[in-house]
Design a binder for this molecule. Structure first.
Ligand code: ADP
Length: 542
């Protein structure tokens, strides 16, 4: 027997329709590439998105066509999020931090028909435009006054002209199957070609509903949300959608991601929640500390993308009264998988024990099921000790890549490539990326634990622990460290700092001090580069 409830497809346009109807006066504030602050409401944004949808149709964009974007976080990018997906086309966000050749490869592979980009990326796009075989229209996300007098791109279109060309904002978002593709994001592809993950309307709306919950990203109509995490990579962790779902005020930082610009915007707009990778928060915390500043409205910050060091957590929580929400996810998971919000009884624990739990990557949000398996493929216990590869499945987990040749799944589960433990309360703790694990005498050493300890040293700005080849143990941990500007720190003092904090045999064999650690396009440390450079560091020289 079927239930007798309405059958309504889960479509992305419904999020914007909801925001317009129920939170129409709520503000969307953007720091623009042009240099000023722009303000509009959800009602205005929705009306412009409907005009944009018609303008895209007039350019010939049809169902399933890919529209690429290379853009910062801002209201025009948000309009594209809704107008492209809402009209049945596919929004393809491209990461401008990728190498130009990789960008061309991705845009080609995705067969982007239209490419919309911010003014700051004009030189980048001009340099590659002639190589973009499938792109028929290039759209500069600005107004007529900021269009270049001449451009190497023939027929370059002006975004505001496109919107103005559609006088009528009455337009009904089409209804279609909720499994229709909505947006596309490629993994960073540190090895081999990037892989395309094609989200659907259904997966996105379900991800949006689950991610806004109090035990997930915890956002509401009373919040002012500033996503630092870019809209050009995994949909800014879904915040452009979840903010509409709850009717939160949105504040977009545009290209201003340095500590000073962010702090100014937090204060001037009354931001209550932000979200970003640890490297961004480092810059912000340094700026706030050096200048003796405070956060007067910030209540929570969501940190993920790579492990949040406990030292950063305590800086936010103890010094600034900002709660850290540690989250884990992947492009293949839209991206949210787990969130580290404490359960009731855990709140009563002494602070060190609480911190130890918060340092873990957290519990599954409803909709994501997870397990860890050993090398024999058998599931390992949830005892907080046994570790194994993390496998997930759920409503917003990739089923196959756009390449589509071979299913990545193992018996219906997606192997994440992360190595983790899960404790009896369901808190998952990533100990390593499988490819970064250090195998010393056949035993695994988790590099993240070691990095977290190093990061707690007051003179350490950044730390990466990598496997270096060793004549006796095959591999031993080697710590690569960037010191804080002006700080004094000797090798032995840093190694001594590990005493009592970690098993002796986990202590790194040596420390190398470097000026900088290479970061990838999504802010993660490129450990394979460090391995290439230092893998023989522990071998006898000469
Ligand atoms: P990529 O494009 O490189 O796949 P993703 O953003 O999808 O980038 O990265 C996913 C990976 O990032 C995860 O598999 C995990 O290794 C790492 N990661 C994400 N969040 C965390 C976290 N909170 N702690 C540790 N590692 C994390």
């Amino acid at each position: 027997m079927h239930g007798q409830m309405m059958q309504q497809p889960l479509l992305i346009a419904s999020l914007l329709r909801h925001a317009e109807r129920h939170h129409g006066a709520q503000e969307v504030v953007s720091r623009r590439v042009e240099g000023d602050i722009h303000r509009c409401t959800y009602a205005e944004l929705a009306a412009r998105s409907r005009r944009l949808a018609q303008a895209l149709a007039a350019l010939g964009v049809g169902n399933g066509d890919r529209v690429g974007t290379i853009a910062w976080n801002g209201y025009r990018h948000l309009e594209l999020y809704y107008a492209v997906s809402g009209s049945g086309a596919v929004l393809h966000t491209l990461n401008p931090r990728l190498h130009a050749d990789q960008l061309v490869w991705i845009a080609d592979h995705a067969e982007d028909q239209v490419l919309c980009f911010d003014l700051s990326f004009l030189p980048l796009v001009e340099a590659v435009a002639s190589r973009l075989a499938t792109v028929k229209h290039f759209v500069l996300l600005t107004d007529r006054g900021h269009m270049p007098a001449a451009s190497k791109i023939p027929g370059l279109l002006c975004y505001e002209d496109l919107i103005a060309s559609q006088a009528d904002d009455r337009f009904d978002w089409p209804e279609f199957d909720e499994q229709t593709a909505s947006s596309l994001c490629y993994t960073s592809g540190t090895t081999g070609h990037p892989k395309g993950v094609l989200y659907s309307h259904r997966s996105t709306v379900l991800h949006t509903m689950a991610s806004a919950l109090p035990d997930a990203l915890n956002i509401s109509a009373r919040d002012v949300v500033l996503p630092v995490v870019p809209m050009f990579h995994v949909n800014a962790w879904g915040l452009p959608y979840s903010a509409c779902l709850v009717g939160a005020k949105l504040v977009f930082p545009g290209p201003g991601l340095d500590g000073k610009s962010l702090h100014e915007l937090f204060e001037s707009e009354g931001v209550t929640v932000s979200a970003g990778v640890p490297t961004v928060w480092q810059g912000l915390l340094a700026h706030v500390t050096i200048n003796g500043l405070k956060f007067s409205t910030m209540r929570r910050t969501i940190i993920g993308g790579s492990a949040c060091p406990p030292a950063m957590m305590s800086a936010f929580e103890d010094t600034h009264g900002v709660q850290v929400i540690h989250a884990w996810g992947m492009t293949e998971l839209s991206p949210i998988g787990t969130v580290g919000i404490l359960k009731g009884p855990q709140l009563k624990l002494p602070v060190e024990q609480r911190r130890a739990i918060q340092a873990k990557q957290g519990r599954s949000v409803f909709g994501i099921d997870m397990k860890i398996v050993g090398e024999d493929g058998h599931e390992r216990p949830w005892d907080g000790q046994a570790s194994g590869e993390l496998l997930v499945r759920g409503h917003w987990v990739v089923d196959r890549y756009i390449q589509g040749d071979r299913s990545p799944l193992i018996n219906g589960w997606f192997p994440t490539g992360d190595v983790a433990t899960i404790d009896a309360d369901g808190f998952m703790n990533i100990t390593d990326r499988a490819k970064d694990v250090i195998k010393s005498g056949g035993e695994w050493i988790g590099s993240i634990d070691i990095e977290n300890i190093a990061m707690a040293h007051p003179a350490v700005l950044m730390a990466a622990c990598i496997a270096a080849r060793h004549p006796k143990w095959d591999e031993r941990p080697l710590l690569v460290v960037v010191k804080k500007p002006g700080a004094e720190l000797a090798r032995d003092a840093l190694l001594g700092f590990f005493e009592g904090k970690i098993a002796k045999w986990w202590t790194p064999d040596d420390v190398v001090f470097v000026d900088a650690i290479p970061l990838g396009a999504t802010g993660k440390m490129l450990k394979h580069r460090l391995r290439e450079q230092f893998q023989d560091h522990l071998l006898p020289q000469g």
